[in-house]
Write a protein that binds this ligand. Structure first.
Ligand code: SF4
Length: 281
């Protein structure tokens, strides 16, 4: 069995940066908290916890120490409230998310209705939404776009990890309903490159393994794309979850990993798959 590892597998710039900021912050003596996980990978978050970075539940505010803002960002009013309470704030929001936040604020202040395309409950969406000062709607699917009543002026922007093809369909539908519609291509290149590469892996391999947190939207999308291409697709968080017996049937297996998956987790998966190769007669 041949294993093909995607060039784009693993940490993107925003995640690498957030982890680096977290590790630098952990050198001090203050207690450090994140509201929700710093990044969407349970194994990485556990490693950070061992270094003193405590992930609180999404809806729980720390009452002392340092608040480290996660890579997806946090609602602006919540950050302001915690700053007023005297917490020190260290911002690890990905610069791409910051750019979407700034764009939303600017267009909202200019009177545009803001249409954010993404997963309603995702922390990035909750953060983006908070930067609108006027009307703002979340569009999660083509069905939502079809149900949208329309408005004279709107600005459309996507969650950075949204599916590129689906965003295009949704934008086509929305531009029909909005007289003056400004559409932004806010899907992060790290996401689109991973999506393109998983398409290629699915087309050229017998099966695809996607490594990463089940709570990671970009990882789940990679697995969905591989499955939609009609090839067996396995989404695993760790090597222990691989259904090894099923791999005996495949000559070539593609491996990729979400943007928040640490390399050591992916390497464990590859080592376990290589074990399958060695065990073959
Ligand atoms: S996927 Fe893109 S937007 Fe999201 S954290 Fe990584 S670099 Fe930033």
């Amino acid at each position: 069995m041949k294993i093909v590892l995607a060039k784009t597998a693993g940490f993107c710039m925003g995640v690498k940066r957030a982890v680096q900021i977290a590790l630098e912050t952990a050198r001090g003596t203050e207690d450090i908290f994140t509201c929700g996980p710093l990044i969407h990978n349970p194994q990485a978050v556990e490693t950070l916890r061992e270094k003193g970075i405590v992930p609180l539940p999404d809806d729980t505010d720390p009452d002392h120490g340092i608040l480290l803002i996660r890579a997806h960002g946090m609602p602006a009013d919540r950050i302001a409230r915690l700053r007023d309470k005297g917490l020190q704030i260290i911002d690890a929001t990905c610069p791409h998310v910051v750019s979407s936040q700034n764009r939303i604020r600017k267009f909202s202040e200019e009177g545009y209705t803001i249409l954010i395309v993404g997963d309603r409950e995702h922390p990035e969406i909750l953060s983006l939404q908070s930067f609108a000062v006027g009307p703002c709607e979340i569009i999660s699917s083509l069905a939502d776009a079809r149900a949208f009543a329309g408005t004279p002026r709107a600005m459309v922007i996507a969650q950075t990890t949204f599916n590129a093809a689906e965003y295009e369909e949704i934008c086509t539908e929305l531009t029909r309903k909005v007289l003056q519609c400004k559409v932004f291509q806010s899907i992060c290149k790290a996401t689109s490159r991973r999506q393109e590469e998983v398409h290629h892996l699915a087309a050229t391999c017998d099966a695809v393994v996607v490594v990463g947190g089940r709570n990671s939207a970009n990882t789940r999308r990679l697995a969905e794309i591989a499955a939609a291409a009609g090839k067996p697709a396995f989404h695993v968080e760790t090597a222990a979850e691989l259904p090894l017996a099923e791999f005996a049937a495949f000559a070539t297996v593609g491996v990729t990993a979400g943007a928040s998956t640490p390399d050591w987790v992916t390497q464990d998966v590859i080592a376990r798959l290589q074990g399958v190769i060695q065990e073959r007669p």
